[in-house]
Ligand binder design. Structure first.
Ligand SMILES: C[S@@+](CC[C@H](N)C(=O)[O-])C[C@H]1O[C@@H](n2cnc3c(N)ncnc32)[C@H](O)[C@@H]1O
Length: 345
């Protein structure tokens, strides 16, 4: 494990927009430098860590282990409909407001190696509903999704719940079927997903309730499918979605090119493929664009499947990541393109 890269990444997190992310990173830096808290060293040595593709993901795991220690009891109580949940929530909110560097350092110090190792290897399932709202709202205008004659069939690839449906509907998109495809089981993992997704500030100000509600959205037309987006199940292909969406899931894939081919296969003719992610560069070669490398830019790439052999790239939208500030993404610039790409399988 490259200590230098981990420290650099932690330092970047220590400059994050979110004050709690900053102090948690500072507490981790202190322990990591001192080599005083064994759990960090043990986690970094664990074989289970090979699932993470970047130093950022490794650092995010360390951060989530800290948050898990702080929040697990609250999430378990919520999931079990515990009658004490509101009391626990009030206590946690108070604690959240009081948390500072010393408080987080104390938590880091008290994490046991056993607890930390039980979380090593878990995928980082950040479910930023704010991102869905911001991006869906803008995309539905850009693509004119609201004005279609027929309600749409959408495939949301790499999404463990129908939170996307909740966001799309709020944006006015008419939905016939919303297929959320994920390799992870939501119900089994819900406490972990909350840990990955909810920010401390959102607990203090109460806005996390929106996330919990949307994660539990079970509206008519929803299909939650457990499966691999690199090998989309037949039951999904048969539905011939009008639109394929993948938000912040491509960067986690082992074979993004394979997933892209599957997206092309899944969507009906004249349908759209929309991938929003940390896109590496403006390279015209789609396979290079989709390599899961770290980058600072969040982009949506939009293609239309014009025939079984041709895709047309119809646009690139660059977003400013403002999901901490009300969930409305700012569009930095938009590039309309009409490149046709031959699909070779
Ligand atoms: C960072 S989360 C993004 C969740 C959601 N799209 C959002 O914007 O909030 C990435 C999701 O992709 C899923 N995922 C990763 N690899 C996958 C695969 N091969 N097939 C299906 N889902 C996958 C993970 O389980 C995780 O739920």
């Amino acid at each position: 494990m490259d200590r230098k890269r981990i420290t650099e990444e932690l330092k970047r997190r220590a400059e994050h927009d979110d004050a709690d992310v900053r102090v948690i990173a500072q507490a981790l830096i202190k322990s990591f430098n001192k080599k005083s808290d064994n759990w960090i060293e043990e986690v970094l040595k664990s074989e289970k860590m090979t699932i993470y593709k970047s130093t950022l993901e490794i650092v995010l795991l360390l951060e989530k282990i800290v948050l898990w220690n702080f929040l697990e009891e609250l999430w378990t109580s919520f999931i079990n409909n515990d009658k004490d949940f509101l009391k626990k929530l009030e206590k946690t909110r108070k604690k959240c407001k009081e948390m500072n560097f010393e408080g987080w350092l104390n938590i880091v110090k008290n994490i046991s190696t056993q607890e930390a190792l039980s979380l090593a290897g878990k995928p980082i399932q950040t479910h930023r509903v704010n991102r869905y709202y911001g991006i869906m709202r803008k995309l539905s205008i850009i693509l004119d999704l609201k004005s279609g004659l027929k309600p749409l069939i959408l495939l949301d690839a790499g999404s463990p719940s129908a939170a996307g449906l909740y966001a799309a509907k709020e944006s006015g998109v008419r939905v016939k079927t919303w297929i959320a495809l994920d390799k992870q089981e939501t119900k089994e993992n819900i406490a972990w997903i909350f840990t990955c997704s909810v920010r401390i500030g959102e607990i203090s100000d109460g806005s996390f309730f929106k996330l919990l509600r949307s994660m539990q959205c079970e509206e008519k037309g929803t299909k939650i499918v457990r499966g691999d987006m690199e090998n989309i199940p037949r039951s999904v292909l048969r539905l011939k979605p009008d639109i394929y969406i993948a938000q912040f899931s491509f960067y986690q894939l082992n074979y993004p090119q394979k997933a892209f081919r599957e997206a092309v296969k899944a969507v009906r003719r004249q349908g759209y493929i929309i991938i929003t992610d940390y896109i590496y560069n403006n390279d015209k070669n789609i396979f290079k664009i989709l390599s899961p490398r770290r980058s600072t830019g969040i982009k949506s790439l939009v293609w239309k499947k014009v025939s079984d052999k041709w895709l047309m790239m119809i646009g690139t939208i660059n977003w400013k990541d403002t999901d901490l500030k009300g969930g409305d993404f700012e569009e930095l610039n938009r590039r309309q393109k009409v490149d046709r790409i031959k699909i070779t399988t």
